[in-house]
Design a protein around this ligand. Structure first.
Ligand SMILES: [Zn+2]
Ligand SMILES: [Zn+2]
Length: 244
């Protein structure tokens, strides 16, 4: 019995009872979804152009048959190399399984040592690891955090361009506590110092830079009385609007 649809990948009919893979805009065969996500047999075996080879789908097969070959290989190797239970280790497993090795090298720990995606994800969720320094001045806060993902564009430049290629791994940002919403905001619509942002290569630079920004805020912040009167003014303004 043939159902109404054709597979979006191979264009063959989808037969009722066959295992399927859902994609956001329709349905495909399970093997076709695996071929779409894990890649061709050649790609999974790292013999394709991504790895300097020429093999993609095996020659002489239909689209569907090539998808089956890719799915068979995927299932076979998944038994030998099953997904780890730990969700961070599973990120690394997925990268390894999809042959995406280009990411390695873009993530670094606080000391500038390379991390895998999974190791980075585990640390970025740990507030104690992420936080480098935090200094509060009433409604303003200077926050310095470890980003871990290289935010430098220099790595995209051609070799020999003479750029500083050290990864940028830390960020200092000034936040303002919005008296109306009670949220910390990082744009200067409510306070001229909010959103002040600097990025740093190393932990040492980040710690020194944090102190520089703290001093900058100290030198430019309004006295507490002025902050109080602005807060009163804002409250009054919003109260007036509420009453209308
Ligand atoms: Zn299909
Ligand atoms: Zn490939």
């Amino acid at each position: 019995m043939i159902s109404s649809g054709l597979c979006l990948y191979c264009s063959e009919p989808i037969v009722e009872g066959e295992p399927l893979g859902d994609v956001s805009n329709g349905t495909v065969h399970r093997e076709c979804l695996i071929r779409m996500t894990a890649g061709s047999l050649g790609h999974q075996q790292q013999k394709c152009s991504c790895f300097g080879g020429q093999e993609e789908d095996p020659p002489g097969l239909t689209v569907r048959e090539a998808a089956r070959a890719a799915a068979d290989y995927f299932d076979r190797t998944a038994q030998e190399d099953p997904p780890p239970a730990d969700r961070f280790e599973r990120l690394d497993w997925m990268e390894r399984r999809s042959g995406n090795n280009e990411r390695a090298g873009d993530y670094y720990d606080r000391n500038g040592l390379p991390l895998s995606l999974g190791e980075w994800a585990r640390r970025i969720e740990d507030p104690n690891y992420k936080r480098v320094a935090l200094t509060n001045f009433g409604p303003l806060a200077v926050s310095t955090v470890w980003l871990g993902m290289d935010h430098s564009f220099a790595r995209f430049l051609p070799p020999g361009a003479g750029a500083d290629r050290r990864p940028i791994l830390f960020e200092t940002m000034v936040f303002f506590l919005d008296p109306v919403t009670g949220e910390w905001i990082s744009d200067d619509t409510k306070h001229e110092l909010a959103g002040e942002q600097h990025r740093w290569h190393t932990l040492e630079d980040a710690l020194a830079g944090h102190e520089t920004v703290v001093q900058y805020v100290k030198d430019n912040i309004l006295p507490p009385e002025a902050v109080e009167s602005i807060r009163d003014l804002l409250t009054t303004v919003y109260k007036v609007e509420e009453d209308q």
